[in-house]
Design a protein around this ligand. Structure first.
Ligand SMILES: Nc1ncnc2c1ncn2[C@@H]1O[C@H](COP(=O)(O)OP(=O)(O)OP(=O)(O)O)[C@@H](O)[C@H]1O
Length: 552
C-alpha cells in the first residue's frame, strides 16, 4: 500500500506538471488570439515579420467585410423602396378594380336601357304598322265616301299674259283684273263686274282650292295620301285640266325653264319620288317599276320613249286596244324599267323633248298634246300569305282590275291575259297615271290658224269627250262613251272602275279668261258628281242647265 501511495503521488505530481504546462499553453493561445483579433480589426499593426500572404488575406477579409456591409445597406434600401412601390401598385390596382366595377355597373345599366329601347322600338314599330294599316283603311273609307273622283282647283298668280296689251289697268299696274279668288281652302269665287256685261258672282266648292301664293309643296301634300292607294293595288290617275296657259304643265312638270330649286318641282317628279319612298318602306314582294311616256296629238297616240331612228322629232305612233278582259292596252308600248327617281327623270326628260308644242296668242309655250306618264308597279305576293298585301284580293271585296295571275318569272304587263298560277307566287300590279292635258282653248282668243287651229279642234274634241265620259259616269248611264276619243279610251281604266282619279283644275285669275275659267270650273263640278253608288238623279232641266254652263 505504501508503495502504491508513493506510486500515485508520483503520478499526481506528473499530472500537476502536465496541468501547469497546459495552463501555460492556454494562456499563450489566448494572448495570441487577442492579438490576432486586434490585428484583424486594425487595432494592431502587423509586425514586419508577419507573412506577406497572411497580411494580404487579412486585407481582403477586411474589404469583403466592408463590401458585405455596403451590400446589406443597399439591399435594405432597395427592399424598402420595393415595398413602397408594391404598396403604391396595390392601391392603384384597388382603385382600378373599383373603377372596373363601376364601369361594369354602368354597362349593365346601359345594356338594360338598350334592351328597354329595343323593346319600345319594337312596340313603336308594331304601332306604326297598325297605324299604317288603319290609315290605309281610313283613307280607303274616306275615298269611298268622297267618291273615286276628287277635284282640286289651283288658281295661278296673275301674269302679264292675263292682260290685254291695250289694257289701261295693266298700264296702271293694278291687279284689279283678278276675278278668281280662293275664299277658303274649299271655295273659289269668280266675281266679274264688267260694264256692258252681266254680273258674274259665282262660288264653286271642291275638295281643295289653292290660292295663287300656294307653292307646289302644298299641292303635292294633298296628293300624297292618294299614292298609298297604289300599294293597296288601286290604279291612280292624277290629271291637270284647264285652259291653255292656266298652269297645268307648271303644276304637273314644274317651271318651263330648268330650275335647281326642289321646291319648284312639279307633281310628276314628286309623285315618283314618293312612290319609290313608299316602296322602300315595304320592299316585300320584290317590287318592279317601269315607266311609259306617251302623248296624244291630234287624236293619235305617240310613244315618246320608242327608239326609232326615223322619227327624231316625234314619238312612234301606237294604238290603244281593249283586251278580252276589258282592260285597255297599248300594244308595243315602250316600258323603261326604273329603280330610282333619277332613272325616271332621265327617261322623263327624254320623252318631254319630243312633246308637241306651239306658241299661241295666249301662251307662248303651249303644249299641243295630252301627255300621259304611266308608272306601273308589279309586286309578287305569296299565295299562302293572308296579310293584306298590295293589290291582294280580300274576302268579300270585289277583285280589283289590277290583279293578274302570272308565273313566278313572267311579268305580266297591265291588261295582259292572266297566266295560270303554276308557280306559288301571284303577280299584282297597280298603275299610276300622271296626265298633263292639253289646254282647252277658244280659237278666237288664242288666235290660232291653219295647223294650230286643227290641233285646237282635236284638243277641244278630246276634252269634250272626257266631259261626256264623266257626265255618263255621274248619271250612271249604261253606256259610257270611252271610245269616242283616244284620250278617254286610253284612260278608261283610270276613270272608271274602282280606280282613283284626281282632277286638278288649273285656272287663270284674269278677267280676260273668265269664260274659260267658268268652263273649267263647270267641268270640275260635273266631275265631282261621279261618286260610286251615290250619283244624284237630276231633273232633265238641271242637266241641260249644267251642260250649257259647261260649254259656255
Ligand atoms: N302657280 C304658278 N306660279 C308661278 N307661275 C306659274 C304658276 N302656274 C303657271 N305659271 C306660269 O304660267 C305660265 C303658263 O303655265 P303653263 O305652261 O303651266 O300653262 P299650261 O296650262 O300648261 O298651258 P298649255 O296648256 O298651253 O300648255 C308659265 O310661264 C308658268 O311658269
Amino acid at each position: 500500500k505504501e508503495e502504491r501511495i508513493v506510486e500515485l503521488e508520483t503520478e499526481n505530481a506528473i499530472l500537476h506538471l502536465k496541468l501547469a504546462e497546459y495552463q501555460e499553453r492556454v494562456g499563450r493561445s489566448r494572448r495570441e488570439a487577442t492579438w490576432f483579433y486586434a490585428l484583424l480589426n486594425g487595432q494592431q499593426q502587423w509586425p514586419s515579420s508577419a507573412h506577406p500572404a497572411l497580411v494580404q488575406i487579412c486585407h481582403l477579409i477586411q474589404k469583403l467585410k466592408q463590401d458585405v456591409k455596403d451590400f446589406r445597406s443597399s439591399f435594405l434600401d432597395l427592399l424598402s423602396s420595393c415595398q413602397a412601390q408594391y404598396q403604391e401598385q396595390l392601391s392603384n390596382m384597388a382603385a382600378a378594380i373599383r373603377r372596373a366595377q363601376l364601369s361594369t355597373e354602368n354597362l349593365q345599366a346601359c345594356q338594360s336601357e338598350i334592351l328597354h329601347l329595343q323593346l319600345s322600338l319594337k312596340e313603336m314599330d308594331m304601332r306604326y304598322h297598325v297605324e299604317k294599316q288603319r290609315r290605309r283603311e281610313l283613307h280607303n273609307t274616306l275615298v269611298e265616301l268622297k267618291g273615286n273622283i276628287r277635284v282640286h282647283c289651283r288658281i295661278r298668280p296673275l301674269l302679264p299674259l292675263d292682260c290685254e296689251l291695250d289694257d289701261p289697268i295693266l298700264q296702271n299696274g293694278s291687279d284689279s283684273r283678278e276675278v278668281a279668288h280662293a275664299v277658303d281652302e274649299e271655295t273659289i269665287l269668280v266675281r266679274c263686274d264688267r260694264p256692258g256685261h252681266p254680273l258674274i258672282n259665282k262660288t264653286y266648292n271642291f275638295e281643295r282650292v289653292y290660292g295663287p301664293a300656294e307653292p307646289q309643296t302644298a299641292v303635292f301634300a294633298d296628293v300624297c295620301p292618294l299614292l298609298t292607294s297604289l300599294l293597296d293595288g288601286y290604279n291612280v290617275c292624277i290629271m291637270a285640266y284647264g285652259q291653255t296657259g292656266s298652269g297645268k304643265s307648271y303644276t304637273m312638270l314644274g317651271p318651263e325653264l330648268p330650275s335647281d330649286a326642289h321646291s319648284d318641282l312639279g307633281l310628276i317628279p314628286r309623285a315618283v319620288e314618293e312612290f319609290f319612298r313608299l316602296i322602300s318602306e315595304n320592299p316585300s314582294g320584290s317590287p318592279k317599276v317601269d315607266v311609259s311616256i306617251l302623248e296624244i296629238y291630234n287624236n293619235d297616240i305617240f310613244d315618246l320613249l320608242a327608239k326609232d331612228s326615223s322619227t327624231v322629232v316625234s314619238g312612234v305612233k301606237r294604238d290603244v286596244v281593249t283586251t278580252q278582259d276589258g282592260c285597255t292596252e297599248v300594244p308595243l308600248l315602250t316600258r323603261g324599267a326604273i329603280t330610282s327617281v333619277l332613272e325616271f327623270m332621265e327617261l322623263f326628260h327624254q320623252g318631254l323633248r319630243l312633246r308637241a308644242k306651239n306658241p299661241t296668242l295666249v301662251h307662248a309655250d303651249s303644249s299641243r298634246s295630252h301627255l300621259i306618264v304611266t308608272v306601273t308597279l308589279t309586286t309578287a305576293t305569296s299565295l299562302a300569305s293572308t296579310d293584306q298585301q298590295p293589290g291582294q284580293t280580300l274576302p268579300g271585296k270585289r277583285t280589283r282590275a289590277s290583279e293578274r295571275w302570272s308565273s313566278a318569272h313572267q311579268a305580266s304587263p297591265p291588261g295582259s291575259v292572266p297566266v295560270d298560277p303554276v308557280g306559288s307566287r301571284k303577280q299584282v300590279w297597280s298603275r299610276l297615271q300622271l296626265v298633263d292635258l292639253a289646254g282647252s282653248e277658244c280659237a278666237g282668243m288664242s288666235g290660232v290658224t291653219g295647223l294650230a287651229l286643227r290641233e285646237t279642234s282635236f284638243i277641244n274634241r278630246s276634252l269634250a269627250a272626257l266631259a261626256d265620259v264623266l257626265g255618263a259616269l255621274s248619271e250612271h248611264r249604261g253606256h259610257i262613251p270611252y271610245r269616242n276619243s283616244k284620250l278617254t279610251h286610253l284612260l278608261q281604266d283610270s276613270i272608271g272602275g274602282d280606280a282613283k282619279l284626281l282632277v286638278i283644275l288649273c285656272v287663270s285669275p284674269g278677267q280676260k279668261h273668265v269664260a274659260e275659267t267658268l268652263q273649267s270650273l263647270g267641268f270640275g263640278t260635273r266631275a265631282r258628281q261621279v261618286k260610286r253608288g251615290q250619283a244624284r238623279k237630276k231633273s232633265p232641266h238641271s242637266q241641260i242647265r249644267e251642260w250649257c254652263l259647261g260649254s259656255a
